[in-house]
Design a protein around this ligand. Structure first.
Ligand code: FES
Length: 63
């Protein structure tokens, strides 16, 4: 299933509560929403704000 999303945040939100921090996904690509699963790492090298990408599973296509 392809995902077409405008990503505005490429890192998780860290919530410190209790003994261990919780990381909330802000890129919306996690397979374990609402939690970050590290998938945001694949968008770190995207080109500027006008570039458009499609993510399909582990595959990325630049349009
Ligand atoms: S912020 Fe979305 S997977 Fe980490």
């Amino acid at each position: 299933m392809a995902h077409l999303k405008k990503i505005t945040d490429s890192s998780p939100l860290e919530i410190k509560e209790g003994k261990f921090p919780i990381y909330i996904c802000r890129c919306q690509l996690s397979k374990n929403l609402p939690y970050c699963d590290g998938t945001h790492q694949c968008i770190k090298d995207e080109e500027g704000p006008n570039a458009l990408y499609v993510y399909e599973g582990d595959r990325r296509i630049k349009l």
